[in-house]
Design a protein around this ligand. Structure first.
Ligand code: CBF
Length: 810
C-alpha cells in the first residue's frame, strides 16, 4: 500500500474510532480499539483485494483452491499490518495516542478453527501463497464455535464452548450474492429426457444455503490480496416453510456450528460427513461458476484451476466435481473423469489407522444418494480397469468400497493426479508401506512436500528481539528470503553476539514467566531451562514419556538434594479430543505431578511444571520464543511431520528428538552436534513389530529406574490421581506399551543429562541455538509452497517474486 505517515494514521484512526463509537477514543476498551483499527486497516487493503481478484480473472490466471476442514490463522491484526508494511507506523501512531498495539491486538479473538498441525499448516500456506505472489485461495467452514475452550478443573480437562464470533469478525465480508445451494438426503432417480439422455431427478431433498464469508489473505509487501472463503449454513430464502420445526432448523444451524463435533457416536459422525460435503460442494460450485465466466472449453478446466485437498476431509470434492460435470454440464463420464483427476491433488497427513476416514455405505447413501452412486461407479470402473493390469488381489486391496465402508483416502488417491506426504520419512512410509499397493499402480502420483512454517508470524511477529538481532547482524533480506538466515553461521564464534542471543532469549522467558505468574500464580525462574512440549495430546506423541522423565528427575533430586543440575521448567500445552479417554487421563496425570512437584520445597525449585490451559496459536506465540528445549519425542514412524519442531528451532530452541517426521530433516541441516537424538528408529520399531519380540514387562522388571517411576503411578506417591495411575501403568506394563516408552526411556534420560551439561556451558549452548536459527530458513513454508506450485499445481508467481529461487530440500 501507499506510504502513510504517522500523523495521517493518527488522524484517520481517531476519526474512525469516534465515528464508530460516538465517544472519545481515549475512553475505548481494547476490544473497541481493535475493531476501530481493523475497520481502518480494511480501507488500506480493500482496493488491492479487488484488483488482485479482478486481475486473476482478466488474465485468466490459473488459480489454486486449497480445501481444508481446518484453518488456524491466529490473530490477524499484526500479521495484516506486517504484510501491508505499516506495522511500525501503526505501532508508533498508537503509542503517540497513548495506546499499545499489543493490548489492542488482544481485543481480537483468536479463531480456533482447527485442532492442531494440519490447520496451522493450512494457515501458514495461505500466508505463503499470497506472500510468494501466487494466485491461490482457501476454502473452509465458518464454524460458529471453534475448537473447545479448555479448562482444568481438579486437573481434569473440561471442554467449554469457544464462541469466537461473539463480537463479529472485522476481517470477514459476507457475500450473499455468491451463495450456493447444497443438497442433502432425499431420493434420486435416473430419468431419460426427450433426447434420450439420462439425468438425475431428485425428490424430497433438504436444500441448504451455503453463504460465503471471505477473509483477505494479504501478501507480504507485494500488493497481493487473496481470499479465504469460509462457508456458513443457512435456510434458503423463501424456503423457510420447509423448516418449520425446531429440529429442522437446528439441523441447518448445526452444519457450521462447531468444529469437530463429537464423532464418537453415530449422530456426531453423520454431522461430520454433512460438514465435509457442505464445504466441498459449496467450494466446487463456486469454482465452476467462476470457470463458466471465462467461457472456455471444459477440457481447459485443469489449465485454469487446481483444487488441493488437505487430508481426506474434503475428498468428496472428487464425486462432487464429477456430479457437476456429468449431471449439470452434460459431459461424458470419460471427459469428466479426465478433468477431475487433472484438477485435483491430495496431501496425506497421517498414517494412523484410526485417523483414516471411512464412512459406512448406508450413511453415505442416505445422506448423499447421488454422490454415493458416483463413488460406486468410480469404484466399479477402477476395478474393471485395474484387474487386467494388476490382477484381482492387488486391485481389490485398493478399492474405494470395502466391507460396507467407503474409504476416503482411496477415493482421494484414485480421483487425483498427485498425492504427497509431508516429510521425507512419512512419504517413504506411504510409498513402501501404508499406500504401497497404490504406489505400484500410480508411481508417478507420489511425491514428498516437507511441511514448512512462516517466519513472518513465528519470528518477525512473535520474536521482535530476535528479529532486530538478525537485522543487525545479517541485514533484512532473510525476511523475504529465509534461506539467508544461513549467513548467521559466519558469526558462530562471536561471543558478543552469542551473549546478545542469550539476552534476547532471557527477555522472552521473562515475558512468559510473567504470564505464568499472572495467569496461573506459579513463579518460574527465567534462568531455568524452559523445556517445551506443545502439541495435541496423543499417545503416539508421548507426552507420557516426558512425564516419566520428570518423575525420574524428581526422584533423583529427592534422593540427592545436592545434585548439580540446572533448574528446569517443563512447559506443556495440549488439548485432548473430548472422547479420547486415555489422553485425558494423561492430562490429569501431568496436572497431578505438577501439583506434587511445584509444591515440594525439598526440591528447591529444581523442577517446575507449567501446563498452560487452552493452548492455541496466541499462546504458542508467547511460549515458542521462550523455549530452550523443543520436545519432539513421538515414536519413530508415527509423526507425519510436526511443525512446532520448525517454529521452535527458528527461535533458537534445541531439539530433543526421536528420528521421526520432519525432525529428521532438521537433524540433516543442523548436524548431530546441535540436536539431541535418542530412541528407536523407524526400522527398529518395524522389527519389533515383525518379530513380536517386544516385552515391556521384562523391561519394567529389569530396570530399577523404570520400576521406581512406574510404581509411583500406583503406590500413592502422586496425590490426586486415582484410577488414572493404574490405567496408565497397565497400558505400559500389562498391555505391552504400544508406543515403546519403556524401550526409549534410558536413552531419553541420557539425552536430557547431556542437555543439562551443555546448558551449564552457556557459550556452547548459545552456539548451538544460533546454529539452529541459522539452519531454519529451508523450513520456510514459502519454499514449501513454491514446490507445491511448481510441481503439483503448475502455477507461477504473479508478481516479481521476492524469493528469487528456492532450494529443494536436501
Ligand atoms: O501436516 C501437518 C500436520 O498434520 C498433523 O497434525 C495431522 O493432523 N495429521 C500431523 O499429525 C503432523 O505430524 C503434521 O505436521
Amino acid at each position: 500500500m501507499e506510504n502513510i505517515s504517522i500523523q495521517q494514521f493518527k488522524k484517520e484512526y481517531v476519526k474512525k474510532f469516534e465515528q464508530l463509537y460516538a465517544y472519545r477514543y481515549d475512553e475505548g476498551s481494547s476490544r473497541e480499539h481493535f475493531v476501530a483499527l481493523g475497520e481502518l486497516v480494511r480501507n488500506y487493503y480493500m482496493n488491492n483485494w479487488k484488483s488482485t481478484i479482478d486481475e486473476y480473472k482478466e488474465k485468466e490466471t490459473k488459480q489454486v483452491f486449497y480445501f481444508s476442514m481446518e484453518f488456524l490463522p491466529g490473530r490477524m491484526l499484526k500479521s495484516n499490518l506486517l504484510n501491508l508494511d505499516i506495522l511500525p507506523v501503526v505501532e508508533e501512531g498508537l503509542r503517540e495516542l497513548g495506546l499499545d498495539l499489543d493490548e489492542v491486538s488482544m481485543g481480537e479473538a483468536d479463531p480456533a478453527l482447527g485442532n492442531g498441525g494440519l490447520g496451522r499448516l493450512a494457515s501458514c500456506f495461505m500466508d505463503s501463497i499470497a506472500s510468494t505472489g501466487l494466485a491461490g485461495h482457501g476454502n473452509g467452514i465458518r464454524y460458529q464455535y471453534g475448537l473447545f475452550k479448555q479448562k482444568f478443573i481438579d486437573g481434569y480437562q473440561v471442554e467449554l464452548p469457544e464462541n469466537w464470533l461473539r463480537n463479529g469478525n472485522v476481517w470477514e465480508v459476507r457475500k450473499e450474492n455468491k451463495a450456493v445451494i447444497v443438497r442433502f438426503g432425499g431420493q434420486v432417480y435416473m430419468d431419460t429426457d426427450e433426447e434420450g439422455n439420462l439425468y438425475p431427478r431428485y425428490e424430497n431433498t433438504k436444500n441448504i444455503l451455503a453463504v460465503p464469508y471471505d477473509v483477505p489473505q494479504i501478501g507480504y509487501h507485494n500488493g497481493i490480496v487473496n481470499n479465504l472463503r469460509l462457508w456458513s449454513a443457512e435456510i434458503p430464502y423463501g424456503e423457510e416453510y420447509l423448516f418449520r420445526t425446531e429440529e429442522e432448523r437446528d439441523e441447518v444451524k448445526q452444519i457450521t456450528e462447531v468444529l469437530y463435533p463429537d464423532d464418537s457416536n453415530y449422530e456426531g459422525r453423520l454431522l461430520r460427513l454433512r460438514q465435509e460435503y457442505f464445504f466441498s460442494s459449496a467450494g466446487v460450485q463456486s469454482i465452476i461458476r467462476y470457470f463458466k465466466t471465462l467461457d472456455e472449453d471444459w477440457s481447459l478446466l485443469p489449465d485454469k484451476i487446481a483444487i488441493h485437498i488437505n487430508d481426506t476431509h474434503p475428498a468428496l470434492v472428487v464425486p462432487e466435481l464429477m456430479r457437476i460435470l456429468i449431471d449439470e454440464e452434460e459431459l461424458t463420464w470419460d471427459q469428466a473423469w479426465e478433468i477431475t483427476k487433472k484438477t485435483i491433488s491430495y496431501t496425506n497427513h497421517t498414517i494412523l489407522q484410526e485417523a483414516m476416514e471411512r464412512w459406512p455405505i448406508d450413511m453415505l447413501e442416505h445422506l448423499l444418494p447421488r454422490i454415493y452412486h458416483i463413488i460406486a461407479e468410480i469404484n466399479r470402473r477402477h476395478i474393471e480397469k485395474k484387474i487386467p493390469l494388476y490382477g484381482e488381489e492387488l486391485t481389490y486391496r485398493t478399492t474405494i468400497i470395502e466391507d460396507g465402508q467407503v474409504k476416503m483416502a482411496n477415493l482421494a488417491i484414485i480421483g487425483s493426479h498427485s498425492i504427497n506426504g509431508v516429510a521425507k520419512l512419512h512419504t517413504n512410509i506411504l510409498i513402501n508401506e501404508t499406500l504401497h499397493d497404490f504406489y505400484l499402480m500410480y508411481p508417478n502420483k507420489f511425491n514428498n512436500k516437507t511441511n514448512g512454517i512462516t517466519q513472518r508470524r513465528w519470528v518477525q511477529l512473535s520474536n521482535p528481539g530476535l528479529t532486530s538481532l538478525l537485522d543487525d547482524v545479517i541485514g533484512t533480506d532473510w525476511k523475504s528470503n529465509p534461506e539467508e538466515l544461513i549467513l548467521l553461521k559466519a558469526h558462530v564464534d562471536n561471543s558478543e553476539l552469542l551473549n546478545r542471543l542469550e539476552a534476547v532469549k532471557l527477555e522472552n522467558k521473562k515475558r512468559f514467566a510473567k504470564y505464568v505468574k499472572d495467569e496461573m500464580g506459579i513463579e518460574i525462574d527465567p534462568n531455568a531451562i524452559f523445556d517445551v512440549q506443545i502439541k495435541r495430546l496423543h499417545a503416539y506423541k508421548r507426552q507420557l514419556l516426558n512425564v516419566l522423565h520428570i518423575l525420574d528427575r524428581y526422584s533423583q533430586i529427592k534422593e540427592n538434594p545436592d545434585i548439580d543440575i540446572p533448574k528446569r521448567v517443563f512447559i506443556f500445552g495440549a488439548k485432548a479430543a473430548p472422547s479420547y479417554h486415555y489422553a485425558k487421563q494423561i492430562i490429569k496425570l501431568i496436572n497431578a505431578v505438577a501439583d506434587l512437584v511445584n509444591n515440594d520445597t525439598d526440591i528447591k525449585d529444581l523442577i517446575k511444571i507449567v501446563f498452560v490451559e487452552n493452548y492455541g496459536v496466541s499462546l504458542a506465540e508467547l511460549i515458542i520464543p521462550a523455549a530452550d528445549i523443543s520436545e519432539q519425542i513421538s515414536l519413530a514412524g508415527k509423526e507425519a511431520s510436526g511443525t512446532s519442531n520448525m517454529k521452535l528451532m527458528a527461535n533458537g530452541a534445541l531439539t530433543m528428538a526421536t528420528m521421526d517426521g520432519a525432525t529428521i530433516e532438521i537433524y540433516d541441516y543442523v548436524g548431530k552436534e546441535n540436536i539431541y537424538i535418542f530412541g528407536l528408529k523407524n526400522n527398529d520399531v518395524k522389527k519389533y513389530h515383525q518379530n513380536q519380540s517386544y516385552n515391556s514387562r521384562n523391561i519394567y522388571e529389569g530396570n530399577a529406574s523404570i520400576k521406581r517411576v512406574l510404581n509411583m503411578l500406583v503406590d500413592g506417591s502422586i496425590p490426586g490421581i486415582y484410577h488414572e495411575g493404574q490405567d496408565i501403568f497397565n497400558s505400559l506394563v500389562k498391555f505391552n506399551d504400544e508406543y515403546f516408552l519403556l524401550k526409549d526411556f534410558d536413552s531419553y534420560i541420557q539425552a536430557h543429562k547431556q542437555a543439562d551439561k551443555d546448558y551449564q556451558d552457556r557459550e556452547k549452548w548459545n552456539r548451538m541455538a544460533l546454529l539452529n536459527v541459522a539452519n531454519s530458513g529451508p523450513f520456510s513454508s514459502d519454499y514449501t509452497i513454491l514446490r507445491y506450485a511448481d510441481e503439483i499445481w503448475k502455477i507461477e508467481p504473479q508478481v516479481e517474486n521476492l524469493i528469487s529461487s528456492y532450494t529443494p530440500v536436501k
